[in-house]
Design a protein around this ligand. Structure first.
Ligand code: NDP
Length: 277
């Protein structure tokens, strides 16, 4: 029986854990799929996708640096992809190319189900105003936090992002996000601080005051696979710290569900990955 083909497009992509994660999901659920990592040329993402569709590709994940290109390529978008302005999951069928974004849902699911940290009623600080931050805003707002502050090195980007989501058509959310610069964090406390900057990649220290970590604060680093200065800083401030491996597995599970209509169990996959790293 022919298997349904899926892949992840990226550049670079050899390091991707997605083929391993989806192989574990497929074995667990008995779904007959294949999943590979495909290196798309930096100037050849669209052609790579079309070649894959022609070779019976049913769906794809998209990672750095192609999430915005995937957004433009899709012939239709889910509301969460529309809000995120980026696509990490593509579905290919008779209806064309559907673009979805499962990153934010993966983050929220990791927080709630794996870490026992329900965003509801929490004062949330989201650090960063790039693609990862943008994808997290709507899913976090839909969880009814007490407040959501977006702080960014470039203050105007945070302010613009907050305004955009405060005005999101069709969304009657109680909480309107606020966008500020790091300098305005003084004297403010949060119950959940999410680092969606890429500062950890260069071991840069973020100017987040120790006071900002409220008692029982959860500090979430979206990066995974390394101890970042943010994680060390949060630990020193007494926060409970998690990295983004759970988000990676949960966004993959959400994509698997979108493609196959079956939701895999993530706990054994997370445990397998943690033991392999
Ligand atoms: P972008 O390049 O779109 O955004 C980068 C953000 O980081 C900007 O807000 C930028 O601020 C800020 N930044 C970069 N360097 C510094 C620094 N030295 N000090 C302060 N702020 C800094 O990246 P993404 O949003 O795509 O990714 C962000 C992180 O999230 C990455 O580390 C990525 O690996 C991770 N991620 C994890 C996922 C998972 O599944 N676990 C999924 C997606 C992303 P400015 O605007 O001022 O330049």
């Amino acid at each position: 029986m022919p298997t349904d083909r899926y892949c992840v497009f990226g550049n670079p992509v050899a390091h991707s854990k997605s083929p391993r994660i989806h192989a574990l999901f497929a074995a667990q659920t008995g779904q007959g799929i294949s999943y590979e990592a495909l290196l798309a040329p930096l100037d050849g993402f669209d052609a790579a996708v079309r070649d894959f569709i022609a070779a019976n590709g049913r769906g794809a994940n998209v990672t750095v640096p192609f999430k915005e290109e995937a957004f433009r390529l899709a012939t239709q978008l889910t509301p969460r992809a529309q809000a995120a302005g980026a696509v990490n999951t593509l579905v290919f069928d008779q209806g064309g190319i559907t673009g979805d974004n499962t990153d934010g849902a993966g983050l929220v699911r990791d927080l709630k189900h794996n870490l026992g940290c329900d965003p509801a009623g929490r004062r949330i600080l989201l650090l960063g105003a790039g693609g990862a931050s943008r994808g997290a805003i709507l899913p976090l707002l839909l969880e009814n936090p007490a407040s959501l502050v977006i702080a960014n090195r470039t203050e105007e980007k945070a302010a613009r992002l907050a305004l955009e989501f405060a005005r999101l058509p069709g969304c009657a959310m109680e909480v309107k996000p606020e966008g500020i610069g790091f300098g305005q964090l003084a004297g403010r406390q949060f119950d959940l601080i999410i680092n969606a900057t890429s500062a950890g990649l260069s071991d840069a220290v973020l100017p987040v005051p120790t006071f900002s970590f409220a008692p029982h604060c959860v500090a979430y680093e979206m990066l995974y696979g390394r101890e970042t200065p943010f994680m060390a800083q949060a630990r020193a401030a007494g926060a409970r710290v998690a990295d983004g491996l759970g988000m990676l597995v949960e966004q993959a599970a959400e994509a698997f569900f979108v493609w196959r209509g079956v939701r895999p169990r993530t706990a054994p996959v997370l445990a397998a990955l943690a033991s392999e790293s």
